[in-house]
Design a protein around this ligand. Structure first.
Ligand SMILES: *Cc1c(COP(=O)(O)O)cnc(C)c1O
Length: 369
């Protein structure tokens, strides 16, 4: 059709980010002719943190993954998984989820006109995430068990019934998620010295390591970062070396006792000279508030684990002076405002500071002007 232009051409002319498949297609191990089901995910900001740079003497950058279409990094993997599932003729998709995977899957399934089926653990899903899954048309099944039970059931279901599994045990998910490492390296001109991030089911740390290794093999970076992963004390199997039968943390996105990508994540830490450490919920919620207040970046509780980890390590005498550090903040604060406000009031904050009559003098007095 002479004279017509594909959406990709227009996107290039208008500098509109095309989504992670079209931006990095030649680097992704998916069938070459797979049409992209995309909401233009990825291309998220790498925000320089003056606060954390001052505290560490390093150059610290935040990869703000809450800026993805459904508010978490899960969209990177989901565009890949849903595109491939659709291309292969799937009509229904299933995932187990602590919330963000289901929100993302439901959105991309809606875009692809697939039927989304979501398995969630009883009573542990943040309201914002649940609302997303429901509004995007997911069939939500609550399982009387934890995330690990949900994942086992999703796998069994996909093995025996006509429904495609899109959890990060699906290797296509990691293909999409590794693009975050590409973006960081493209932006900085090389890999950072350190990369810190929260770890739950451990797909993301594995995907980043995949991405950095690939860029190193291609000669696009001169070094690979040391990978440091952070878990909540009540759900820290990668720290203790043992699965948790009853994982517990208010950072619900990392409330996982038996990570599916355990082996890959251990390799990422070992090969990079990195490690895992755990944090109390209080530390995680403190970091969430400090990040919001000091940087203008509002993340959900689990997403603050990398920042909390950096601060804990400094307290323990670790030095980052003179290095470049990237911390992935994984999901948006608006996903779970209830926990954010609980953390705020528990730490002594008041939600409404004053109540006044509608007169300017009263407002000025209350404001201390
Ligand atoms: C999924 C998720 C995590 C954990 O990532 P894994 O790949 O499961 O380790 C952390 N934070 C948020 C906001 C998430 O949605």
């Amino acid at each position: 059709m002479s004279g017509s232009r594909g959406a990709g051409d227009v996107a290039v002319r208008s500098r509109q980010w095309r989504g992670v498949i079209e931006e990095y297609r030649e680097l992704l191990d998916i069938p070459a002719d797979t049409p992209a089901v995309t909401l233009r995910e990825g291309g998220t900001p790498l925000v320089h943190s003056e606060w954390l740079s001052e505290v560490t003497g390093a150059q610290v950058h935040l990869k703000v993954e809450g800026d993805n279409p459904t508010g978490s990094f899960k969209d990177r993997g989901m565009t890949a998984a849903i595109s491939v599932a659709k291309h292969e003729g799937a009509e229904a998709v299933v995932c187990a989820s602590t919330g963000n995977t289901s929100a993302s899957m439901a959105a991309y399934a809606a875009k692809a006109r697939l039927n989304p089926l979501v398995l969630v653990p009883e009573g542990k899903i943040a309201a914002g995430k649940m609302a997303q899954a429901i509004l995007h048309g997911a069939h939500v099944i609550m399982v009387k068990g934890n995330f690990d039970d949900c994942l086992r059931l999703a796998r069994e279901l996909a093995a025996s019934y006509p429904v495609a599994l899109v959890n990060s045990v699906n290797p296509v998910r990691l293909e999409g998620q590794k693009t975050a490492a590409f973006e960081i390296a493209d932006f900085l001109g090389d890999a950072p010295d350190y990369h810190l991030l929260p770890v739950g089911n451990a797909g993301n740390i594995s995907a980043y390591w995949l991405g950095y290794r690939q860029y190193a093999d291609l000669g696009r970076i001169t070094r690979k970062p040391v990978m440091r992963g952070f878990q909540a004390v009540g759900a820290s199997p990668l720290v203790t070396g043992q699965p948790f039968d009853d994982p517990e943390t208010r950072a619900t996105a990392i409330r996982i006792g038996n990570p599916a990508s355990w082996k890959l994540a251990e390799s990422a830490a070992a090969e990079s000279g990195g490690r895992f450490a755990s944090l109390t919920d209080d530390r995680i919620l403190d970091a969430q508030r400090e990040l919001a207040r000091n940087e203008g970046v509002f993340v959900e509780p689990a997403s603050a684990a990398g920042v909390a980890g950096l601060l804990q390590e400094l307290e323990q005498g670790e030095s980052y002076t003179g290095t470049t550090v990237v911390i992935t903040v994984t999901g948006h604060g608006l996903k779970d405002t209830a926990t954010a406000l609980e953390g705020f009031t528990e730490s002594g904050g008041t939600v409404v500071d004053d109540v006044v009559v509608p007169e300017v003098a009263a407002v000025a007095e209350a404001a201390g002007l």
